[in-house]
Design a protein around this ligand. Structure first.
Ligand code: ZN
Length: 503
């Protein structure tokens, strides 16, 4: 064995053990949101803090730098694609972990936990002014963090956003978002002149056990492997875990089965991505998701391109009737498909429909750049927020709870995160259009419930590659084109003009 081989083996063994610690803390975090008794909060936060500290020590271990340097000096490295991808990914992780001084890391961790509690409190009272000093402190620390991370030519916001979506920057996003916003605003106006679908099915009362049996049957049909995963309940649905053990959560509203279905299919899409990663690559970059944007593309594809399609409802309607019984009387596959596609500008991002969701993201994108670069003071946040909601969504924001206090992200230090939601929508549409061509028409597959064909296509072209490519490279490789909003807008135009019966 060469010195490079020995270093590479040591590097991977070390990375795998660090990932075992990471997946253990993810499991504890899942437990905290699902089954943990209330009184266990104190010991749980100590467990989490210890695991985080151990992970950070391992991630910044100077031996990692030495192993990486030996691998990088190997003249044969470029000929081994797998090894090159792992070395590149682990180098990125190491640089990121070591750029932040330990003092800043612990200061941030403490502030994140406190500010999140203060945010929840301020939100329940709908009082932004209570939260403002905490946000000010958070912005100051995020600016310090960005200064540690930023490369020459990068803005502070870019440095933070790069943590979530490698290679993403504000300039490219503005180029991508400007025509998207214009088109979405015009589409919203156009649909206003159409025939709005009947919404009553989304308000029919259905007991939770029936809804649960129904959504489980759908996720099983999507191909989620219950031998290597579970579905439980939490206030805010999420997906965590990897490979052999994927945990999804969902929620049920007695009077909104379409919300439960959408949430479960969304998290199911995330779960299929995690289950589609190669188990043998666990703990290495090749066994990890590319980025948040690509992760979100997998959830949105199943939630929107499958779950909100006419073809899906043709297949799903008998299943819905079987599980939901009398609640389905008076409705048809066609009427429920239309109900699932109602477009209605609303104040709350997480409740937004497919055509207005991205406008919520753009408001946040505009605002957080100016907060981080200091142009907008935290004291002016509500005014700016309300102004942009009027401009982008045509809505008057009545209070902070339904305005700038609605999202948890900034309170726990996630600046630069929001655009990954919109990138997910755009990637999803571009992947779906490519799959449609490659598989000879998605509709025919979906109306027959042949989800495995789509799932295996995604697995083959996206999942199994882990972090081999950057998000931009992956998009180019899978779809043959760089990312744009074309496929997404074509998909919305085609579907919504039919739903709203606009000629
Ligand atoms: Zn998601």
């Amino acid at each position: 064995m060469s010195a490079a081989d020995t270093a590479y083996d040591a590097l991977l063994a070390h990375a795998r053990e660090t990932s075992l610690l990471g997946s253990t803390s993810a499991l504890l975090a899942w437990d905290q949101e699902t089954y943990m008794p209330r009184g266990a909060g104190e010991v749980r936060s100590q467990q989490m803090a210890l695991l985080a500290q151990l992970q950070h020590e391992r991630a910044t271990d100077s031996r990692v730098d030495a192993w990486l340097a030996t691998c990088e000096a190997d003249p044969h490295l470029a000929q081994d694609g797998d090894r090159l991808a792992n070395v590149r990914g682990l180098r990125r992780d190491y640089e990121r972990a070591t750029k932040l001084p330990a003092r800043l890391v612990s200061e941030l961790a403490e502030l994140e936990s406190k500010a999140q509690q203060e945010w929840a409190d301020a939100r329940s009272r709908s009082n932004y002014r209570r939260f403002q000093p905490w946000l000010e402190r958070m912005i100051a620390l995020q600016q310090q963090k960005a200064d540690c991370l930023k490369k020459p030519g990068q803005s502070r916001w870019d440095a933070l956003a790069d943590l979530y979506e490698p290679g993403m920057n504000a300039k490219d996003l503005r180029t991508l978002f400007a025509p998207l916003r214009e088109h979405l605003v015009a589409l919203r106006r156009k649909l206003g002149a159409g025939k709005a679908p009947d919404e009553s099915f989304s308000r029919v009362m259905i007991e939770e056990p029936k809804q649960e049996a129904f959504v489980r049957a759908v996720v099983a049909a999507m191909g989620f492997d219950f031998q290597r995963g579970r579905i439980d309940r939490s206030a805010h649905p999420f997906c965590t875990g990897t490979g052999g053990d994927v945990r999804l959560t969902t929620r049920f509203h007695k009077d909104n089965v379409l919300d439960s279905l959408g949430s479960t299919m969304h998290e199911g899409g995330h779960g299929l991505y995690e289950q589609g990663l190669e188990t043998k690559n666990f703990g290495t970059p090749l066994g990890e998701a590319v980025s948040l944007g690509i992760h979100e593309s997998q959830s949105r594809l199943w939630e929107n391109h499958v779950g909100r399609s006419a073809a899906f409802w043709k297949w799903c309607w008998p299943l819905a009737q079987q599980h939901l019984g009398a609640a389905c009387q008076g409705y048809t596959a066609e009427s429920v498909f239309r109900t699932a596609n109602v477009v209605q500008p609303s104040l709350i991002r997480v409740e937004a429909d497919e055509a207005t969701y991205d406008l919520h993201v753009m408001v946040r994108f505009e605002i957080e750049q100016t907060l981080i670069d200091g142009q907008l003071g935290a004291s002016n946040l509500p005014e700016r927020w309300n102004e942009l909601y009027r401009e982008y969504l045509g809505l008057q924001v009545p209070d902070d709870k339904n305005g700038c206090l609605q999202d948890v992200h900034w309170s726990c230090g996630r600046f630069g995160y929001f655009p990954t939601y919109t990138l997910g929508n755009l990637y999803a549409a571009q992947f779906a259009a490519t799959a449609d061509q490659a598989l000879g028409g998605l509709s025919q597959l979906l109306e027959r419930g042949q989800f495995e064909t789509l799932r295996e296509w995604l697995r083959r072209y996206v999942h199994v590659h882990g972090r081999r490519d950057t998000p931009a490279e992956l998009c180019q490789r899978v779809t043959g084109k760089p990312l744009s909003s074309d496929a997404f807008l074509a998909h919305l135009d085609r579907k919504l003009t039919a739903v709203y019966q606009i000629a």
